[in-house]
Design a protein around this ligand. Structure first.
Ligand code: FPP
Length: 245
């Protein structure tokens, strides 16, 4: 069953329960490679193929926002070779997919601290974000050199700089200092490779997010798995700390 078929088939409920924003923790690339006797970077190469398929599936399903956790503020602890490989993949992905983004009206956005990125990667991201900024289809947010705590601390810094202008500090006011204040909180976060951890992903935004954990390693994750996670999300009741009506 394709994602398109899944989107129009029975288990899908009406518009209202459709997730507007899905986040994905793409875990398990390294294990995928090691299990096959390959080097870890081969897993990232396969992981990129999966990411492309899921972007297409999310676009076809009419999801508004898809945040991909590509590289965390903690991932710099990996070897220079692996870090360099992932950064190279990002650059290659953005350059190679520009036509696809244009054809599908996909807007690319960024979350994280771009100042910590290699300058050529930061430039490529900025250019693709600029090139696609008027597209009204799926918005893909690349979380790169991203950490939920880091995002909050950077937000507090900006808030302190703005303090002389006054105003009451509320949750809604603070939200304006996060990386993408106009993007709604994620409705659903999918994590692959069976880990039950949040790993510093969208800490503020994920306060009431529903989670879906797949046992599959990211390179093995398919459009059908993505559609299943969305379908199951639609069957859940979200109470936001309240009680059942
Ligand atoms: C986690 O697997 C994956 C990453 C840290 C890198 C994710 C990168 C990609 C999927 C490719 C780039 C994608 C885009 C959209 C540009 P892991 O290495 O932590 O796996 P492990 O836990 O099995 O070691």
């Amino acid at each position: 069953m394709s994602a398109k078929q899944a989107a129009s088939s029975k288990p899908f409920l009406e518009e209202g329960s459709f997730p507007a924003h899905v986040g994905v923790i793409m875990d398990g690339n390294g294990r995928w490679a090691v299990r096959r006797g390959q080097i870890r970077t081969q897993g990232h190469l396969e992981g990129l193929k999966t990411a492309k398929k899921i972007v297409k599936a999310a676009s076809d399903m009419g999801i508004a926002y898809l945040t991909l956790y590509v590289f965390s503020t903690e991932n710099w602890k990996r070897t220079a070779e692996e870090v360099g490989f992932i950064m190279g993949l990002v650059k290659q992905y953005l350059a190679a997919e520009l036509d696809f983004f244009r054809r599908n009206r996909i807007r690319i956005r960024y979350a994280g601290d771009a100042r910590g990125l290699p300058p050529d990667i930061a430039r490529e991201i900025r250019e693709v974000c600029d090139d696609t900024r008027d597209f009204s289809g799926l918005q893909v947010i690349l979380a790169l050199n991203y950490g939920g705590r880091d995002e909050i601390v950077r937000g507090i810094r900006r808030l302190l700089e703005a303090l002389p202008s006054g105003g009451e500090l509320t949750e809604a006011a603070f939200r304006q200092y996060l990386d993408n204040p106009d993007i709604p909180d994620p409705d659903l976060i999918i994590r692959t490779a069976g880990e039950m951890r949040i790993s510093n992903f969208l800490l503020w935004e994920g306060a009431y997010t529903e989670y879906w954990v797949s046992e599959k390693l990211w390179p093995d994750f398919t459009e059908e798995d993505f559609a299943l996670a969305v379908t199951r999300f639609q069957g859940r009741e979200r109470r936001y700390g309240g009680v059942t009506g």
